[in-house]
Design a protein around this ligand. Structure first.
Ligand code: ADP
Ligand code: MG
Length: 598
């Protein structure tokens, strides 16, 4: 590699020296030519002078001959002519020498021109230089004395001249190298830009390919997952039916304006699984609950939520007893779900309206009668919310069933307006009672009971289906409320009734032999509605507010407790009785033989 570089260097130097010498020779040739021309002109002048002198001599001879000039003068003139003739001869010789030098120089120049076009330049250069050196030494070369030198210039000796030329060549070579490097750099830069562009295009294509492939992959995966989820849900529903038709829903209310402190919601629904919620605190630890049968999306309207529950409500007309509970801590949205604002009525009003609609559709041989009762359980006491003068209400076992409350006002409603008015009355009485007792309205359980009687006009048989819509008291713990005195008593009553409700629901779901209905007023009132051929839905309300994190966790625990599904074959199963509205005699309930469960 190094030797090759060295050879190239020598080659470059030789080429350059040769070029300089060629120019030098051409210059010398030009000067010689000029010199020769001058000499020629001088010779011509001398010839003219000689001619003139000769003609003068001739004239003089004529004159001498004619005028008898002396011999001496004539011999002097002849001597002058011979001197001039000698000068002329010298000039002619010099002229000849110059001519021969010129032709020699022309030959050398010609040789150099030929060599310049020679492809095997490198090898020839050495010999050319030698030749030039030879030509410098040879006698046929242009004599140094003859070469015209510019006046005033310091003429360098040849080796020095070559040295300086070489140095100059080196510098020029460096310049050329620099130029080449610059070009190379530009070329590399262009190449880099091109490569970058190509790389970017390649990456974009790969990205697109990857995205489409990944999207396809995930789409297929999600479709499969959803199909599996659907199957799982179906199996789960079958299991729930076998376990006594108790369902648990979650409803997470949206964040309120007063809570919009830019904090992330602590309760979120799993995007992939409609039955799973994640409750997480700000430090990141989280609890995942799959305890519910369904999670109602946060953005669901009152109507959409009602559509979710309406099938169970309709089954009330078919002879089922239905209970819908709103469970959750104070402020989690229970009253909003059950009662709702006037402009966005909740489940209570919509449920009664739907029963009307269904009754209307089915009129023919059956006459439907719909009655509404409203009561409140506060500190284990029952208050009639439609007739405040009704005090001392107690639960008895009557002909109508176990959870009957003799004296409880039941208002027959036959229009939407009557429903609205009745519910409004109960709401107002509740608020007045709460203010008089100086309690928070959410410290009591509110039950809207709808009795649907269906009388078969042909057989005169009447059946009664019960729909219990329960807005439970707030589930917050006693320790959290720092309660004392009346408040403590109140909180204890609430906690006890809620935990008894949980036990009852759990026992029902487990098909236990003994169901602890009698442990509190709430479960006693609902005994007939929860037992037997019934459908129960517990909507566990959760708040996304971080301040309610502990309450949300405790509500999730409650949902998980009552939401368990049991499959053990050893579990004692109740034998629920499926009834139709026909075939049940007036005043009697549930006489149709049971349709055994598998
Ligand atoms: P609870 O009865 O559990 O104490 P509320 O029903 O009184 O709670 O609700 C507390 C607040 O949250 C009320 O101002 C209510 O309007 C609001 N809220 C509850 N649920 C929703 C909802 N789904 N959409 C909008 N606001 C709601
Ligand atoms: Mg409330």
């Amino acid at each position: 590699m190094d030797s090759h570089v060295g050879e190239v260097d020598i080659f470059q130097q030789c080429k350059y020296i040769h070029e300089v010498e060629l120019v030098n020779m051409k210059l010398q040739m030009r000067i010689l030519e000029t010199h020769i021309e001058t000499k020629d002109r001088l010779l011509r002048n001398l010839e003219d002078i000689i001619d003139e002198q000769e003609s003068r001599i001739a004239n003089m001879e004529d004159f001498i001959q004619g005028r008898a000039t002396t011999y001496t003068n004539r011999s002097n003139m002849l001597r002058g002519i011979s001197v001039l003739s000698l000068d002329f001869g010298t000039l002619s010789e010099e002229n000849l020498r110059l001519k021969s030098a010129l032709s020699q120089m022309q030959k050398v120049a010609r040789v150099n021109e030929i060599l310049e076009t020679d492809e095997d330049y490198e090898s020839d250069m050495t010999s050319n230089e030698d030749r030039f050196a030879l030509s410098r030494d040879s006698s046929c070369s242009v004599p140094r004395s003859v070469s015209p030198q510019p006046t005033g210039d310091v003429i360098k000796p040849y080796p020095q001249m070559v040295q300086s030329m070489r140095e100059e060549g080196q510098w020029k070579k460096l310049q050329r190298c620099a130029e080449e490097l610059k070009n190379e750099k530009d070329e590399l830069r262009r190449l880099a830009v091109d490569t970058k562009d190509a790389f970017n295009v390649c990456m974009a294509e790969m990205n697109m390919l990857l995205t489409s492939k990944t999207t396809d992959f995930f789409r297929v995966l999600i479709e499969r997952y959803k199909a599996e989820m659907e199957k799982r849900k179906q199996l789960h529903n079958q299991l729930v039916e076998l376990n006594g038709n108790i369902r648990v829903f979650y409803r997470i209310r949206p964040q309120l304006a007063s809570e919009s402190d830019n904090q992330k919601p602590v309760v979120v629904i799993d995007e992939m699984d409609n039955g799973v919620v994640h409750v997480s605190n700000t430090s990141g630890s989280r609890k995942t609950s799959a305890g519910a049968d369904k999670v109602i999306p946060t953005g669901f309207s009152q109507e959409q939520i009602f559509n979710e529950v309406s099938p169970i409500i309709t089954s009330c007309i078919d002879g089922y007893n239905v209970c819908i509970f709103a469970y959750g801590h104070t402020g989690s949205g229970k009253t909003y779900t059950m009662d709702g604002p006037v402009e966005l009525p909740g489940i209570n009003q919509r449920a009664i309206m739907q029963l009307f609609e269904t009754a209307k559709e089915r009129t023919g041989d059956i006459k439907y009668d719909i009655k509404v009762a409203m009561m409140e359980i506060y500190n284990e006491k029952i208050r009639d919310l439609l007739n405040t003068s009704n005090t001392n209400l107690t639960i008895r076992q009557t002909e109508e069933g176990k959870g009957s409350i003799p004296g409880l006002e039941e208002v027959t409603v036959s229009s939407a307006q009557e429903v609205t008015e009745t519910l409004a009355r109960g709401r107002k009485n509740k608020a007045v009672a709460a203010t008089e007792a100086n309690i928070e309205s959410s410290r009591s359980h509110v039950i809207v009971r709808v009795l649907v009687s269906a009388t078969n006009l042909i057989t005169k048989v009447t059946t009664v289906g019960r729909l219990n819509l329960v807005d439970l008291a707030g589930s917050e713990r006693v320790s959290q409320t720092n309660a004392t005195g009346q408040l403590l008593k109140e909180a204890q009553a609430i906690n006890k009734s809620l935990s008894e409700l949980g036990n009852v629901v759990l026992a029902l779901r487990q098909n236990q032999k003994h169901i602890p209905f009698r442990n509190c007023q709430l479960t006693r009132i609902l005994e007939d509605s929860l037992n037997g051929d019934s459908k129960t839905l517990v909507i566990v309300h959760l708040s996304p507010d971080s301040k309610s994190l502990n309450e949300s966790i405790s509500s999730v625990n409650f949902a998980e407790k009552i939401g368990q599904v049991f499959t053990k074959s050893g579990t004692m199963k109740r034998e629920p009785v499926r009834r139709s509205m026909t075939g049940v005699s007036s005043g009697q309930r549930r006489e149709i033989p049971p349709s055994p469960r598998k």
